[in-house]
Ligand binder design. Structure first.
Ligand SMILES: Cc1cc2nc3c(=O)[nH]c(=O)nc-3n(C[C@H](O)[C@H](O)[C@H](O)COP(=O)(O)OP(=O)(O)OC[C@H]3O[C@@H](n4cnc5c(N)ncnc54)[C@H](O)[C@@H]3O)c2cc1C
Length: 368
C-alpha cells in the first residue's frame, strides 16, 4: 500500500490503526491535539471484555471476543519491539450477584465460554477478603476464568513506540479544526499546526469525533460519557481476579495497585473529578472488599468515553466522501476492541475480506 494517510487522534484506536497501516506499507501521520494516549485510553481499566457480556448485541460480543483473542500475540510483538511490558494477565473475572444467572449461563454455554459457579463461601476463600451479599441463598457468583486485563497506560507507551519504530509520524499539540472539501472529496485539513493533505483521512478522535466531523457527521451519535476511577496501593495484589458487582469493579494489578471503577456520567466534556463520586465509589467498593476501609486513596481521575448507541462503534468509510473514514465510538470497550477495529478499518481501505459481517459498524452514520 503506497497511500499517504492522516489519522486524527492518538488514543488506542488511532495508534492501533496506524500500526496496521504501517505494516501494510502506508505512510502514516497522526495529528494529536494534546499528548498521545492521555485521554480515555489512558483513563480506562483495561478489562478485556464487556462487563456483563450477555447484556450486549451480537455486534458488540463478536467484535469484543474476536479482538480480545488477538491480545496475546499483539502484546508479545509490542513487548518485543518496544521493551515495555503491558502486563497482559489472564486474571479471570468474578461477577457477584445480583445478575440474571439463567441468561448468563445460557449465553456462556452458547458462546462456549468457560464459566464456574461459585457459592458465597467458595468466593471468600478463593478471593481473600471479599464480602458477598446475596439476596437469596441460591444466588451464586459466576467466575469467567479466561477473561484477561491489560495495563492500558503501558500498552499505549508500547504501541506508540512501535508506531514510531515502523516509521509513523506522531505530531502532538496539533488540533484538527476542519476539513476542506470539494466534489465529495477531502482535499486537506486545517489544524493548529498548519494545513495537511493526504490520500485518506481517518477520524479516531474518541469522544470528540462528532465535533471534528461537523456537517460530515451526518447521523453519527458519538458523545462523551465520563467515568471516574480510584486507585489504591497494597504491598501485594489484595484480590486474585477482577471483581464486578452491578456498576462497580475492582481490578488488581500485578504490583499491588487496585483500581476501583466506575461511573457513567452524562456531563458533556467536563472532566472534573468530584468528592461525591469518590465517596460513592469508596462506599460501594468497601461493601464488597472491607479491607479497603482505612486505606489511603492514591489517586482519583476521570476519562471521557466515546459513547455510541448500544455500544456499537462506527468503523469504515463515510457514505458520501470516499477518502474519509472513521474508527470511533467504542464507548465502554475501546481497549478490548482496538486490534480488531484496526484490522477492519484497514481491510476497508485495502479491500481485503473482513473476518465477519461489518454492516452493524456502518449503521452509526444514519442513527439519530
Ligand atoms: C473510566 C473508564 C474505564 C474504562 N474501562 C475500560 C475497560 O476496562 N476496558 C475497555 O476495553 N475499555 C474501557 N474504557 C473505554 C476505553 O477507554 C475507550 O473506549 C477507548 O479508550 C477509546 O479510545 P479512543 O482512541 O477512541 O479515544 P481516546 O483515548 O479518547 O483518544 C482520542 C484522541 O483524540 C484526540 N483528539 C480529540 N480532538 C482532536 C482534534 N481536534 N485534533 C487532534 N486530536 C484530537 C484526543 O486528544 C485523544 O488523544 C474505559 C473508559 C473509561 C473512561
Amino acid at each position: 500500500m503506497q497511500q499517504d494517510i492522516i489519522i486524527i487522534g492518538a488514543g488506542i484506536i488511532g495508534l492501533a490503526t496506524a500500526e496496521r497501516l504501517l505494516i501494510q506499507g502506508a505512510k502514516v501521520t497522526i495529528l494529536e491535539r494534546d499528548k498521545a494516549g492521555k485521554e480515555a485510553s489512558w483513563a480506562g481499566g483495561g478489562i478485556l471484555s464487556p462487563l456483563f457480556p450477555w447484556d450486549y448485541s451480537d455486534a458488540v460480543a463478536r467484535l469484543a471476543s474476536y479482538s480480545a483473542r488477538q491480545f496475546p500475540a499483539w502484546v508479545s510483538v509490542l513487548q518485543q519491539t518496544s521493551g515495555i511490558d503491558p502486563e497482559y494477565e489472564i486474571s479471570g473475572m468474578l461477577i457477584l450477584p445480583p445478575f440474571d444467572g439463567e441468561t448468563a449461563r445460557l449465553w456462556c454455554s452458547k458462546q462456549e465460554i468457560n464459566m464456574e459457579q461459585h457459592s458465597a463461601c467458595n468466593i471468600h476463600s478463593a478471593n481473600n477478603n471479599i464480602e458477598v451479599h446475596v439476596q437469596r441463598s441460591q444466588d451464586n457468583a459466576l467466575f469467567l476464568p479466561d477473561i484477561a486485563q491489560i495495563r492500558n497506560p503501558r500498552l499505549l507507551r508500547a504501541l506508540r513506540s512501535r508506531v514510531e519504530l515502523l516509521g509513523g509520524k506522531i505530531i502532538e499539540n496539533c488540533a484538527v479544526n476542519h476539513f476542506k472539501t470539494a466534489h465529495q472529496h477531502i482535499q486537506a485539513i486545517d489544524s493548529s499546526c498548519g494545513e495537511y493533505a493526504a490520500d485518506y483521512y481517518i477520524v479516531c478522535a474518541g469522544a470528540w469525533s462528532k465535533e471534528i466531523l461537523g456537517i460530515h457527521a451526518l447521523g453519527l451519535n458519538i458523545r462523551p460519557i465520563k467515568g471516574q476511577m480510584l486507585l489504591f496501593k497494597f504491598d501485594v495484589p489484595p484480590v486474585r481476579s477482577i471483581i464486578v458487582q452491578n456498576d462497580i469493579y475492582l481490578i488488581p494489578r500485578r504490583d499491588g495497585h487496585l483500581l476501583i471503577g466506575s461511573t457513567l456520567e452524562d456531563t458533556g466534556f467536563d472532566k472534573q473529578t468530584t468528592v461525591a463520586v469518590r465517596d460513592y465509589l469508596l462506599q460501594r467498593a468497601q461493601a464488597i472488599f472491607p479491607t479497603l476501609k482505612g486505606m489511603p486513596l492514591k489517586q482519583q481521575w476521570s476519562g471521557l468515553r466515546p459513547a455510541s448507541p448500544e455500544n456499537i462503534p462506527t468503523i469504515g468509510r463515510h457514505p458520501d466522501i470516499r477518502n474519509l473514514l472513521i474508527n470511533s465510538g467504542h464507548f465502554r470497550y475501546g481497549v478490548t476492541m482496538a486490534p480488531a477495529s484496526a484490522e477492519m478499518l484497514v481491510n476497508e481501505i485495502t479491500g481485503a475480506s473482513q473476518p465477519f459481517d461489518t454492516t452493524p459498524y456502518q449503521a452509526g452514520w444514519s442513527k439519530h
